[in-house]
Structures are given as structure tokens and as C-alpha cells.
Design a protein around this ligand. Structure first.
Ligand SMILES: NC(=O)C1=CN([C@@H]2O[C@H](COP(=O)(O)OP(=O)(O)OC[C@H]3O[C@@H](n4cnc5c(N)ncnc54)[C@H](OP(=O)(O)O)[C@@H]3O)[C@@H](O)[C@H]2O)[C@@H](O)CC1
Ligand SMILES: Nc1ncnc2c1ncn2[C@@H]1O[C@H](COP(=O)(O)OP(=O)(O)O)[C@@H](O)[C@H]1O
Ligand SMILES: [K+]
Length: 524
């Protein structure tokens, strides 16, 4: 589901930073405690989701302060006239002071209190809304069978009914920093909405977190903005005003020619894999590159029947000068491929490295040395398996902490990295992180990565700075898939070859919307 975020909540904070803010917030004297503010905000959102009154709402309260948020939410909803059942999984005797207060407040109001012994009744009731206040950022270890039974029961109940689920702070079981499960049991409550407190969190936007959080809302609980630590982790949203400078590289002045928009050379396409190069080439062409060539490793297609504009040759017949290279689509991992890649890495031109070129680099320390020494722009576009090979890890290790993996790749290879997959991560070698907000599972089909690589090449060729090219390419690629799905093309059956036209529409719209002076001068 799409994430709805305000510009301020693009900043993503890690758990340690949230804890600092929480401690600071507690020292601020305000009419309401943080927990009360969380409960008020959650009750308002719940009422907005439900709209009709008098529907049964289940609120689950866990043993910690997330449970306190739940008690406070239940109390506020009960005061507003909702039929609330508060399912208690914590022991009030062990509660924090704030949670005790919220629990006492709730227990004095007309709502039904139940415990884990009532689970079978709970699971046979039809709820309009379930509010998950089981665990928040304090869950760090595996759960015992009571919790497992509850989470599995709730997920089974909601998957086959129209019950909505609102998670407080986090879907219980999801790691706020990484988006992986907090537990080896892979247990988490699947939510349709998450109201997260104090600040937005990376784990809600990538990996399993993206599946389990649903639509994300952020409430800062009124903690003074000046105290919010500067975040080195942001969500990618394209904002015409803020991105004006980067988008200005796409501007087309009247007195220009194709040479101003760069030449992209795609390198790959061994026998049986030439489609990958065609997809990358078509993507580069429709994304605005002045010229596009494909250098095939095996016998070259004489031309691309769909886009005869693309020049097709054998790679050995090319003299590379100042082209932007996109190496890897359908390249294979032969000795010949390695030699060509080594040659290309030595050129002082920008390069996008994808697919088999990444696999070759993973397998050949010599290529790694050449890559690290490059001074011209480099974008690496690994999917999790390619990232795993590059770092000598397993896919599970990569997906366990996608942000750290992207950062490690960027520092190790001194390159901009796009770690692909749901919630793609873009990192630079300084460890700054961007998480993409666009894209959908319609992209889980062969060839979409080739289209991304071609798009990166085209943006570099048009003069966009490397990090901006990686950011815009990732966002636009996902946005193109989202727009295709909105128009009924996908998610089922969306084809990689359909993306370039949607990408072209978006690029032209962005350029129009940013209303550059050169365009204002033109007669309409
Ligand atoms: N403080 C405030 O003012 C504010 C706090 N806020 C809210 O508080 C949340 C953080 O609260 P939290 O630190 O209490 O953590 P939480 O996620 O509720 O869980 C920890 C509890 O679970 C227990 N536990 C852990 N693992 C377990 C397991 N496997 N199986 C069983 N038990 C397990 C653990 O027990 P222990 O490890 O101590 O034995 C502890 O009791 C945060 O996400 C936000 O929602 C906001 O309202 C802002 C204001
Ligand atoms: N479930 C998903 N949600 C969002 N994006 C996805 C999803 N599945 C795949 N993608 C995107 O699709 C592209 C797939 O690239 P890749 O795995 O290299 O495919 P191929 O090698 O077939 O071209 C990446 O940009 C990735 O981020
Ligand atoms: K929760």
C-alpha cells in the first residue's frame, strides 16, 4: 500500500535516536504525557478509519509501553462511544508508571477487559477494527507460545475478513531499524495502517516492514522540532521545488543537439540474452539519452525492430570515448566477458554496473581493485542475491539488514549503490541512505532491472549528478510501475517492456511541472 507522509516525516530515525527523543520529550512539561498524546492521536485515526460508530473494536495491549499506548487508545475510544474490548497480555503489576495510569484510566471506563485465556472467543468475533499495541520498539527476543498463538490467530482472522488492523508505533514483530522480523519465528501482526510515534522509522519502508505496516502515518507527539537529530536516512519523495536543481539537468534549451544529451552504451547480450540489452537500450532511449548503442558480446542483432534508433554492433567494434556505460545486462560470466568488463572499468567514463557484471566483480578480486580505483561516477544496481555475492554473505543476511548491506557495498566499492527489492535502498560511500517509496510487486518480473539500469545511464548521460541519477531513476522506475498498475496494466502481467513509455511520461511531466524559465519563454 502507498505510504502517505508529510515532508517532515521523510526523515527516518533509528531506535537509539527515538529513545533519546523519548527521554527528552518526557522532560518537557506539557498538559499531556507522551503516552496520552499517542492514545489521543491513535483514537482519532481509528475513528477516521471506522467512520461509523458502535462497531466493535479490539485493542490488544502488551506488557510494555506499547501496551500503555493501547490502554490509552482504548480509553479515548470508549469515551468517544465506541464498543471496545481491551485484550490484556501484560501484567498491570509490572507496568511502567505511565502505563499503569493509562490502564487505570481505561479500566474505569465502560469497556470489556479480557485476557489471553479468552483468545478463542476473541478469534471467533467479527471486529471492525483491531488495534495492535502488543509490542513496539522494545521487542528484542523470540516470543513464547501465547504470543505466537495470538499473532497467528489475528493474522488468520484478518486475512479472511474485512477487519482493518491499525498498528501502534510498529506492527508488533517488525524491527524498526531494518524492516526484518525481530524474531526467528518470523511472527508479526499484519497491519493495514501504522501510526508511528515520535518519528518515522526505516523499518516501516523496506523488507518485511513494507508488507506488514500498510499505510504509514507519523505523529511526533509534540516533541520540539529543534531537538530532532539530523537524519542521514530519508525516504525518497520527489518534490518539484526541492529537486529543481537536479531536474534542471533535464532541461532542453532550444539551441541544442543530440550531443548535449549524452551517448549511452549498453554492454552485454550474449547469445540467448540479447533481450536484456534491448530493454536497457530502449529504456535509455525513452528516458532521453541523445544517442543509444548496444555493444553485444556475441553476434549483434542488426537492429532493434521496435527502436531502429538504437545502434547495434559487436562490442569489439566500438571505440569507447565519452559514452556512459551500462555494463551487465545479459552479459554472462565467461572469461571473454571478464576481459571486456575489465577494459570498460579502466575507461574514465561514468558506468552503471548491473547483473552479470556484478557477478563477475564478485568473483574476480582483480576487477574489484579496478572498480575501487575508479574516479568517474559509478552506480551499482544489485538485487539481494547479487549483493550477497559481492559481500560474500547469504541473501538472508542481506535482507536481515538491507540498509547496512547497501552502506557496506557503497563504502567497499566507493560507489553509489541501489540495493533493489521492495523499498529499494540507495546509499553513497559516506553512508547516507535513501529508501524508495514507489514500486510494487508488478515489478517482480524478468527484465525490470535492465530497464532501471538503462534509466540510470540515461540520467547520467543528460548530466544529472550521480546520487541524483540513482535517486530519480529508482523513484521514477517504481512510479512508472505504480502508474501502470493504476491504469489496469499489472500487477499481474506487467511487462518490463511496458515501463519505458511510462517512464517517459513521468520524466516529461516532471520537467513540465518544474516550469523552467526556458519553457516559460516559449509561446504556448
Ligand atoms: N515511554 C513513553 O513515554 C512512550 C512510549 N511509547 C511507546 O512505547 C513503546 C516502547 O515501549 P517499551 O520500551 O516498553 O517496549 P515495548 O515494545 O512495549 O515492549 C517491551 C515490553 O515487552 C516485553 N518483551 C519484550 N520481548 C518480549 C517477548 N519476546 N516476550 C514477552 N515479552 C517481551 C519487555 O519485557 P522485558 O524485556 O522487560 O522482560 C517489555 O515489558 C514504543 O514503541 C511506543 O509504542 C510511545 O507512546 C511514546 C511515549
Ligand atoms: N515487490 C517489489 N516491490 C517493489 N519493487 C520491486 C519488487 N520486485 C521487484 N522490484 C523491482 O524490480 C526490479 C527487479 O530487478 P532485477 O531483480 O534485477 O530483475 P531482472 O534481473 O529480471 O531485470 C528492481 O528495480 C526491484 O527493485
Ligand atoms: K504494535
Amino acid at each position: 500500500m502507498t505510504t502517505h507522509i508529510s515532508p517532515e516525516s521523510r526523515s527516518l530515525l533509528f531506535c537509539s535516536q527515538i529513545r533519546e527523543l523519548e527521554s527528552f520529550g518526557k522532560t518537557q512539561q506539557t498538559e499531556y504525557s507522551l503516552m496520552q498524546k499517542a492514545g489521543i492521536a491513535a483514537a482519532r485515526l481509528a475513528a477516521g478509519i471506522l467512520q461509523e460508530k458502535h462497531l466493535p473494536v479490539l485493542i490488544i495491549a502488551g506488557p510494555g509501553n506499547n501496551g500503555g499506548d493501547a490502554c490509552e487508545t482504548a480509553a479515548r475510544l470508549a469515551m468517544m462511544g465506541w464498543h471496545c474490548t481491551l485484550l490484556m497480555y501484560g501484567e498491570p503489576g509490572k507496568y511502567s508508571e505511565d502505563t499503569k495510569k493509562s490502564y487505570t484510566f481505561a479500566s474505569e471506563l465502560p469497556l470489556t477487559l479480557q485476557g489471553y485465556q479468552d483468545l478463542s472467543d476473541i478469534l471467533s468475533t467479527r471486529w471492525a477494527l483491531i488495534i495492535d499495541g502488543l509490542f513496539g520498539i522494545g521487542l528484542t527476543r523470540d516470543m513464547d507460545e501465547h504470543y505466537a498463538e495470538l499473532i497467528n490467530g489475528i493474522n488468520k482472522l484478518t486475512v479472511r475478513s474485512d477487519t482493518a488492523v491499525l498498528a501502534l508505533d510498529l506492527p508488533s514483530g517488525i524491527n524498526p531499524d531494518t524492516g526484518d522480523f525481530t524474531n526467528t519465528q518470523m511472527l508479526a501482526i499484519r497491519a493495514d495502517y501504522t501510526l508511528t510515534f515520535i518519528a518515522n522509522k526505516p523499518g516501516l519502508h523496506t523488507a518485511y516492514g513494507k508488507d506488514f505496516a500498510g499505510k504509514v502515518f507519523v505523529d511526533d507527539l509534540g516533541i520540539q522540532v529543534s531537538k530532532i537529530p539530523e537524519s542521514r536516512c530519508l525516504l525518497i519523495e520527489v518534490d518539484i521545488e526541492a529537486d529543481m536543481l537536479a531536474l534542471s539537468s533535464l532541461r532542453r534549451l532550444p539551441n541544442t543537439h543530440k550531443g548535449h544529451y549524452g551517448h549511452v552504451l549498453i554492454i552485454g547480450g550474449v547469445q540467448g540474452m540479447s533481450g536484456a540489452c534491448l530493454l536497457a537500450g530502449r529504456s535509455a532511449l525513452l528516458a532521453g539519452a541523445g544517442k543509444v548503442s548496444i555493444g553485444f558480446l556475441d553476434a549483434a542483432a542488426s537492429f532493434d525492430a521496435l527502436h531502429p534508433e538504437i545502434m547495434c554492433k559487436n562490442i569489439r567494434d566500438f571505440t569507447v570515448t565519452n559514452e556512459v556505460l551500462v555494463a551487465g545486462p545479459g552479459m554472462g560470466t565467461s572469461h571473454e566477458a571478464k576481459k571486456i568488463l575489465q577494459d570498460m572499468l579502466r575507461k574514465n567514463t561514468p558506468i552503471v554496473i548491473d547483473a552479470d557484471a556484478l557477478n563477475l566483480i564478485a568473483a574476480e578480486p582483480e576487477l574489484q581493485v579496478v572498480l575501487r580505483q575508479k574516479t568517474s561516477p559509478v552506480i551499482l544496481t544489485p538485487h539481494p542475491l547479487e549483493a550477497a555475492r559481492l559481500l560474500g554473505k547469504s541473501i538472508t543476511q542481506i535482507q536481515h539488514d538491507r540498509l547496512s548491506a547497501a552502506k557496506q557495498l557503497a563504502t567497499t566499492f566507493n560507489a553509489i549503490v541501489i540495493l533493489k527489492g521492495a523499498g529499494s535502498i540507495v546509499s553513497n560511500p559516506n553512508g547516507d541512505i535513501l529508501i524508495n517509496t514507489t514500486g510494487n510487486p508488478g515489478l517482480s518480473t524478468g527484465g525490470t532491472g535492465d530497464v532501471l539500469a538503462g534509466l540510470c545511464g540515461a540520467l547520467l548521460a543528460q548530466g544529472m549528478p550521480t546520487i541524483e541519477a540513482a535517486k530519480f531513476a529508482t523513484w521514477i522506475h517504481g512510479k512508472a510501475a505504480d502508474e501502470l498498475v493504476d491504469s489496469g496494466i499489472g500487477p499481474i502481467g506487467l511487462c518490463a517492456g511496458e515501463l519505458p513509455q511510462a517512464i517517459r511520461n513521468i520524466l516529461n511531466r516532471l520537467v513540465r511541472q518544474s516550469d523552467f524559465p526556458s519553457q516559460r519563454q516559449r509561446p504556448v
